[in-house]
Design a protein around this ligand. Structure first.
Ligand code: PMP
Length: 360
C-alpha cells in the first residue's frame, strides 16, 4: 500500500493492519461468499462479530458489568441532545464545563431541554487552559455534570477526572477515548463518535451506568432512548454494520498491541516530542497551558501566518497530510490518534525543522 502520513482530525487514520484485513475480507467475509455489508445484522455470523467487538471494547476499558455499551448513530452531536433527554426532566438544572467549541455546542443543545448552569468558562482565555476545579461554581441539584475531556479544535485536554460526588459525570470523549486507561466507575455516561480512535464514521459508542437507563423523558422518540439500545443489544433497528465490524477489528488490533496502557505510553511520548519541537523553536508556537495540552490534537501556529499556505503545500507534497487547523482558529493541527505511527510524528518534526531553516 502507498499511504501518506494522515494527521486528519476526523474521520482520521485507521491502522494499516485493519485496512489490509478489511480489503481481504470484502469479497468473501468469513466464508459466507458475501461481504459483511451484504448480510443480515441478525445473522449468526454478524451477531458473533458484534458481540466480540463489544467484549473487546469492554476488555480494553475494563468496563464494569453494571454498565451497558450502546452502538448508536447520529454522531456525538446527537448525544448533545440524547444526554439531556435521557438524564434530566424538563426544568432540571444541569452543569456544563465550557472549555472549547465542542463543549459550547453541547451547551447550546442542552439549553433547548433544561436549565444549563455553566460551572466554568475558559472562553476569556481563548480556550487555552482548563479552569481549576476549585474555581467551578456547581449547582446543588444538577441532574448531571457534562464536560469535554479533549477539545479537538484548540487541542486542550483534561489530564484529570473531575470530582463530582454523587452527580452523574457525563463525558464527550470523541477525540480521546481509547487513548489511555480510564476508571469507568467514575462516570455516569461516556460517549464518543467513532471516527477518530474507534473506526469509520457512522457509529457512536455510548457507555452508560445501568441505573441511569430509566430516567428518560417519556415523550422522546424510541431511537433516542438509551434503554432501547441496552435492551436490544443495539439491534432494535439495523445498526451501521460495516462501521461496527471495522471498529471490532480496531479493538482487536489495540489488544494485540498491548491495550490502553501501551497506547497511553505511545501517545504521551508522541505528543511530548512534538510539543518539544514547537517549544524549542521561535518559529512555531502553541498557546495552550502546558498541563492542559492534548495528547491527540497538537495545534501550532507559524510566526508569520502568511507562510501557512506554503507550509501546507510543502507538507502535503512531502506526504504529511491534513495539517490545516480548524477553520475557526487557523494555524496548524496535527491529530495524532492511536493509529498515527510515531514515524509520522518524527517525519513531521523533521519537516518542521527543514521548513524553519528555509523560511525562518
Ligand atoms: N465532540 C467532539 C469533542 C468532537 O471532536 C466532535 C467532532 N469532531 C464532535 C463532538 C461532533 O461529532 P460528530 O461529528 O460525530 O457529531
Amino acid at each position: 500500500m502507498s499511504r501518506v502520513f494522515n494527521f486528519s482530525a476526523g474521520p482520521a487514520a485507521l491502522p494499516d493492519a485493519v485496512l489490509e484485513r478489511v480489503r481481504d475480507d470484502i469479497p468473501d467475509w468469513n466464508g459466507t461468499g458475501m461481504s459483511v455489508m451484504e448480510i443480515s445484522h441478525r445473522s449468526k455470523d454478524f451477531m458473533a462479530v458484534a458481540a466480540k467487538a463489544e467484549q473487546d471494547f469492554r476488555d480494553l476499558l475494563a468496563i464494569p458489568d453494571d454498565y451497558s455499551v450502546l452502538f448508536t448513530q447520529g454522531g456525538a452531536t446527537l448525544q448533545f441532545a440524547m444526554v439531556p433527554l435521557n438524564l434530566s426532566a424538563k426544568g432540571d438544572t444541569v452543569d456544563y464545563v465550557l472549555t472549547g467549541s465542542w463543549s459550547k455546542k453541547a451547551i447550546v443543545e442542552a439549553e433547548n431541554h433544561c436549565d444549563v448552569n455553566i460551572v466554568a468558562d475558559a472562553s476569556a482565555r481563548h480556550f487555552t487552559d482548563i479552569p481549576a476545579q476549585e474555581s467551578w461554581r456547581r449547582s446543588n441539584d444538577a441532574a448531571y455534570l457534562h464536560y469535554t475531556p479533549n477539545e479537538t479544535i484548540a487541542g486542550v485536554e483534561f489530564h484529570f477526572v473531575p470530582e463530582v460526588g454523587d452527580t452523574p459525570l457525563v463525558a464527550d470523549m470523541s477525540s480521546t477515548i481509547l487513548s489511555r486507561p480510564l476508571d469507568i466507575s467514575q462516570f455516569g455516561v461516556i460517549y464518543a463518535g467513532a471516527q477518530k480512535n474507534i473506526g469509520p464514521a457512522g457509529l457512536t459508542l455510548v457507555i452508560v451506568r445501568n441505573d441511569l437507563l430509566d430516567r428518560a423523558r417519556s415523550s422522546i422518540p424510541k431511537l433516542l432512548r438509551y434503554s432501547i439500545y441496552a435492551e436490544s443489544d443495539s439491534m432494535s433497528n439495523t445498526p451501521p454494520v460495516f462501521a461496527w465490524y471495522v471498529a471490532g477489528l480496531v479493538f482487536e488490533n489495540l489488544k494485540k498491541q498491548g491495550g490502553l496502557a501501551a497506547m497511553a505510553e505511545n501517545n504521551e511520548r508522541k505528543s511530548a516530542k512534538l510539543y518539544a519541537a514547537i517549544d524549542n523553536s521561535d518559529f512555531y508556537s502553541n498557546p495552550v497551558r502546558r498541563d492542559c495540552r492534548s495528547w491527540m490534537n497538537v495545534t501550532f501556529t507559524l510566526k508569520d501566518a502568511s507562510l501557512d499556505g506554503k507550509f501546507l503545500a510543502e507538507s502535503t507534497a512531502a506526504g504529511l497530510t491534513n495539517l490545516k487547523g480548524h477553520r475557526s482558529v487557523g494555524g496548524m493541527r496535527a491529530s495524532i490518534y492511536n493509529a498515527v505511527p510515531e514515524a509520522a510524528v518524527d517525519a513531521l518534526i523533521e519537516f518542521m525543522l527543514e521548513f524553519e531553516k528555509a523560511n525562518g
